[in-house]
Ligand binder design. Structure first.
Ligand code: PBG
Length: 333
């Protein structure tokens, strides 16, 4: 140990914690409005926003209430949003996902008309909100999700979202080859400017529970997504998924969920040089709210600590249901 002449420690880390200004000066990680992406739900056939019980403060939006929410986010300086659609009708292939008049396509156009280039408009690209069985792809005779048949449909969804004016498509279905298939479909349709944010390392997580309420998804026959989403036991496999997605042309990559996979975020940061996102998912958000409602946690402090941890682990930006609250907080500071 480094000791001074009287035998005391020569360096005292507490000197660097002596005042708020000192702590701000030496902070290694920063969290600000530029790091936030707001996930937003838009539901077909409603005229008023409908609160989601399991996600306090989050609603399924009508087309009108979505525009109002997005305008507020733009005024707060939030740089990006990601849209999820809740269609009125579902079918076995999820055709609502690529219908030019489907709810997400209409919402993309609405939002773009509202905020133009002042926000990056992303859309989740998957079929689960649109299929009656709740899987992220088409199901074959044996009840398995057919990878390659699904890729063709993802290409259609990408082209429909691009035609509606989306800036970034975010494939979340964990089909092999989805990034390449979507890039090919977009480029073949002259949508070379549309970027791909790949949910590269997406785990089969228990923390998606409240989201499935938000989009009215129940997986048929008590099924799950373990046949296509990653096993929580595996981190090296995540490195392979990330590497392959970048090779297939992903412009940005994501790790999801965030908090239970901070190690994967750190590995991803070392591995890839494209922008890295992390998704603080519905169950992570809901758990904090539930504890705070009982007075067991200070919501704002706990949320800030988790978001900072996700940044510290290596994420460049965070998809979080706290986006608006945090943007309001940062605007006051
Ligand atoms: C799939 C999708 C899911 C989430 C984002 N995209 C659900 C799933 O894979 O079951 C979860 C997001 C969250 O829990 O906040 N379209």
């Amino acid at each position: 140990m480094d000791l001074d002449s009287s035998g005391f420690p020569a360096r005292r880390p507490r000197r660097m914690r002596s005042s708020p200004a000192m702590r701000r000066l030496v902070a290694e990680t920063r969290l600000g409005v530029d790091d936030l992406v707001a996930p937003l739900f838009v539901r077909e056939g409603i005229t008023r926003p409908q609160p989601i019980d399991s996600l306090p403060g989050v609603s399924q939006h009508s087309r009108d209430s979505l525009r109002a929410e997005v305008t507020a986010l733009a005024e707060l300086g939030v740089p990006a949003l990601i849209l999820f659609g809740v269609p009125e009708r579902k079918d076995d292939v999820g055709s609502g996902a690529w219908d030019p008049d489907g709810i997400v396509q209409l919402a993309i156009a609405d939002v773009k008309a509202e905020v133009g280039d002042s926000m990056v408009v992303m859309a989740d690209l998957c079929l689960d909100e649109y299929t009656d069985h709740g899987h992220c792809g088409v199901v074959d005779g044996a009840g398995r999700v057919d990878n390659d048949a699904t890729l063709e449909l993802y290409g259609r969804v990408a082209n429909a979202q691009a035609a509606a004016g989306v800036d970034v498509v975010a494939p979340s279905g964990m089909m092999d080859g989805q990034v390449a298939a979507i890039r090919r479909a977009l480029d073949g349709d002259a949508a070379t400017d549309v970027a791909i944010l790949a949910y590269s390392a997406k785990y089969a997580s228990a923390f998606y529970g409240p989201f499935r309420d938000a989009v009215d998804v129940t997986i048929a026959d008590g099924g799950d997504r373990r046949g296509y989403q990653q096993d929580p036991a595996n981190a090296r496999e995540a490195a392979e998924e990330l590497r392959m997605d970048v090779a297939e042309g992903a412009d940005m990559v994501m790790v999801k969920p965030a908090l239970t996979y901070l190690d994967v975020i750190t590995r991803a940061r070392d591995l890839v040089n494209v922008p890295l996102a992390a998704y603080q998912v519905s169950g992570e958000y809901a758990a904090l709210h539930a504890a705070a409602q009982r007075g067991w946690l200070d919501l704002e402090a706990a949320a800030l600590e988790q978001l900072l941890a996700i940044r510290r682990a290596g994420a460049d930006f965070i998809l979080t249901y706290f986006a608006r609250t945090m943007a309001e907080l940062f605007a006051q500071a």
